[in-house]
Write a protein that binds this ligand. Structure first.
Ligand code: HEC
Ligand code: HEC
Ligand code: HEC
Ligand code: HEC
Ligand code: HEC
Ligand code: HEC
Length: 463
């Protein structure tokens, strides 16, 4: 044997050990990948639950493998269930995460919806940090649970989702604050601020909230007024605006705009003027029977069948056959089933009973006049360097200065040039948009009736 080689033996041994060590380390790293650890925990839990030899054998056969939902229509592959293995198994309800059952999983079958359409995060990733999206290169981290209801607004009408009261609250704040006076959303609204259709995908909740409280701290020189609302309302507004993601969704995903619950039913009941012929709690017409106790007379299937074809169920019926969708019929039925003589009666709007002034108030809200002239038209928002006290005027006193015709012309023409406080400073950022061609004549008449009514009789002011 060559003695010169022999002296390298310790080195060969060391090298051999090193390679062996690396192989073993790689093996362990692979075996202890986060998702494999959770899947083995799951198998262990299944083994512990197994009562018969057959069940034990079945549990032992559960493969440890990447699990995923491939969702071409949503342009996603979601592997979240590689760790959240028991999401579809109700017997895991209330267990610790990630091995817990998902509440209400049956409403949105995961093989059609996946996870990230609601939660965001990075569907393909298989480590927790990366999947939850808390990593450098991923700009849409998982939605904080307190904002999860914003997801519902992508596919359902914000007002009617039974489990999303904050979404409805945010929608309400959005309408009252008159955002639409300055911003376009889904094709309608003003042009002073940017279109909002995708803003929920482009801005973080923190950014939005800070911006609502004081736009100028985020966008220096912003002409957007701070939104005056409670902390809870601003949070709800943020949640609602986060639902404007502008994601293209195929027909199936938006097939349930109206969720058939009592809230949607009630909205339809008011809109369709059912109270013109029926009464509830003694209020309404008497061409048809009172509906307070209709659920005692008929079961839900009968009520739905009757909407489809009234004379088919009650021969000779004069009740009109409305053009309801299946969901709308179910919603109305849910509403009728929820009727008791105490819960809703006081709030139901009787059709035809709204005065022009009330309707005008709704027009004021619809077009976002409040965004510049203030809620209830009493105090306008800041408009730096405008002659009218550096703010857009409230409209409480227009009946003093304008005839109806003049007021109509003023609204239709708008006003681009705003008289300045100081001609040397930059011009006022907000102007009065022309509303010609945007507001129908009937709405305009109601709006004017509302504005003319604002100054209480006898209240006189000097300008
Ligand atoms: C590698 C394993 C793993 C993957 C992959 C994974 N998760 Fe998790 N997830 C966990 C663990 C562990 C927890 C519990 C600890 C925690 O809250 O971070 C958890 C918690 C959560 C929570 C609760 C958070 C909270 O604030 O209460 C949500 C929601 C969630 N995951 C959603 C997802 C979604 C959506 C995906 C896919 C994009 C995903 N997870 C992928 C392991 C994982
Ligand atoms: C339709 C929207 C939607 C889809 C799809 C969805 N989730 Fe959820 N998820 C929610 C909502 C809403 C909650 C809160 C439920 C509750 O507490 O009532 C929730 C709760 C959770 C929680 C518990 C959070 C906690 O703090 O308790 C986890 C974990 C989770 N989801 C993970 C997933 C995973 C994994 C998937 C895919 C397999 C998924 N979700 C699919 C809407 C969704
Ligand atoms: C990507 C679109 C999408 C999102 C996001 C979404 N939904 Fe849905 N939702 C649907 C569709 C579509 C159906 C009907 C599913 C079916 O029957 O196949 C549905 C069904 C429902 C139902 C059952 C309606 C019924 O009576 O049949 C409820 C309740 C519901 N969704 C509430 C929610 C809530 C709460 C959220 C937010 C956490 C949410 N949805 C998020 C699209 C969506
Ligand atoms: C033009 C008048 C008219 C309008 C509008 C109308 N109905 Fe009717 N409805 C009737 C008449 C008449 C009957 C009794 C004959 C029958 O059963 O079809 C009736 C019967 C019913 C019944 C069965 C009551 C019972 O006790 O048998 C229900 C439920 C009902 N209507 C619901 C509605 C709802 C909800 C709306 C609004 C979407 C509506 N109706 C709008 C005239 C009307
Ligand atoms: C983008 C902001 C903005 C919106 C939205 C807006 N206005 Fe104006 N409006 C103004 C400004 C600015 C003036 C001019 C104030 C001045 O002269 O300084 C004005 C003036 C008016 C005036 C004249 C007030 C006076 O005292 O002479 C009326 C009336 C009016 N607006 C009604 C409306 C109505 C009704 C709507 C909703 C359909 C509306 N405005 C929406 C900004 C707005
Ligand atoms: C008087 C007009 C006006 C009103 C009312 C108004 N905004 Fe704005 N908004 C603007 C202007 C101008 C900008 C652009 C400057 C900036 O970013 O602050 C803007 C910017 C924004 C942005 C940031 C868009 C982006 O991606 O840069 C959001 C989000 C927004 N507004 C939401 C709202 C909401 C929600 C409301 C109602 C609660 C509202 N705005 C009311 C004028 C207005």
């Amino acid at each position: 044997m060559d003695t010169s080689l022999r002296k390298f033996y310790p080195w060969f041994t060391a090298l051999g050990l090193l390679v062996g060590g690396l192989v073993i380390a790689a093996y362990y790293k692979d075996q202890f990948r986060e998702w494999k650890v959770w899947q083995r925990e799951y198998v262990k839990a299944e083994l512990a639950r197994a009562a018969t030899p057959a069940q034990r054998a079945a549990a032992a056969r559960i493969p440890v493998e990447i699990r995923q939902f491939v969702l071409p229509e949503l342009d996603r592959v979601d592997r979240c269930t590689s760790c959240h293995v028991a999401a579809e198994d109700p017997s895991y309800a209330g267990l610790r995460l990630p091995l817990a059952y998902h509440p209400n999983h049956d409403r949105h079958p995961f093989d059609k919806f996946g996870c990230t359409i609601c939660h965001q995060g990075q569907g393909r990733a298989t480590t927790r940090e990366a999947a939850h999206g808390h990593v450098e290169h991923w700009d849409r981290p998982m939605l904080e649970m307190k904002y999860i209801q914003s997801a519902c607004g992508k596919c359902h009408l914000p007002t009617d989702v039974p489990d999303a009261p904050k979404l409805a609250q945010g929608h309400d704040v959005f309408e009252k604050a008159g955002c639409i006076g300055c911003h376009k959303l889904h094709g309608t609204g003003g042009v002073i601020g940017p279109e909002l259709d995708k803003v929920g995908a482009n801005r973080s909740p923190e950014w939005l909230l800070k911006h609502f409280k004081n736009p100028a701290t985020v966008t220096p020189g912003s002409a957007m007024p701070p939104i005056k609302a409670s902390e809870a309302d601003l949070d709800a507004l943020t949640l609602y605006v986060l639902s404007f993601t502008g994601e293209p969704l195929s027909a199936y995903y938006v097939s349930m705009k109206t969720i058939p619950g009592p809230a949607a039913g009630r909205r339809l009941f008011e809109e369709k003027g059912c109270l013109g012929c029926h009464s509830v709690g003694g209020k309404g017409g008497n061409l048809g029977p009172a509906l307070d106790e209709v659920a005692k007379r008929h079961d839900p299937a009968w009520i739905v069948a009757h909407f489809k074809n009234p004379p088919g169920m009650t021969p000779g019926s004069v009740m009109p056959q409305f053009d309801f969708t299946e969901q709308e019929m179910r919603a109305l039925t849910e509403f009728l089933l929820s009727l008791t003589d105490t819960n809703v009666v006081g709030f139901l709007k009787v059709p035809g009973a709204a005065s022009p002034i009330e309707r005008g108030k709704a027009v004021y809200k619809k077009y976002g006049c409040a965004g510049c002239h203030g809620a209830d038209a009493v105090g306008g928002v800041p408009n730096p360097n405008s002659k009218t006290a550096e703010q857009v005027p409230g409209l409480k006193f227009v009946s003093e200065g304008y005839t109806k015709d003049e007021l109509q012309k003023r609204i239709l023409d708008g006003q681009r040039e705003i008289p300045l406080m100081d001609p040397k400073r930059p011009p006022a950022p907000l102007y009065m948009p022309p509303w010609r061609g945007k507001i129908a004549q009937g709405e305009l008449d109601d709006l004017i009736a509302y504005l003319m009514s604002l100054l209480p009789k006898g209240e006189k002011v000097d300008f």
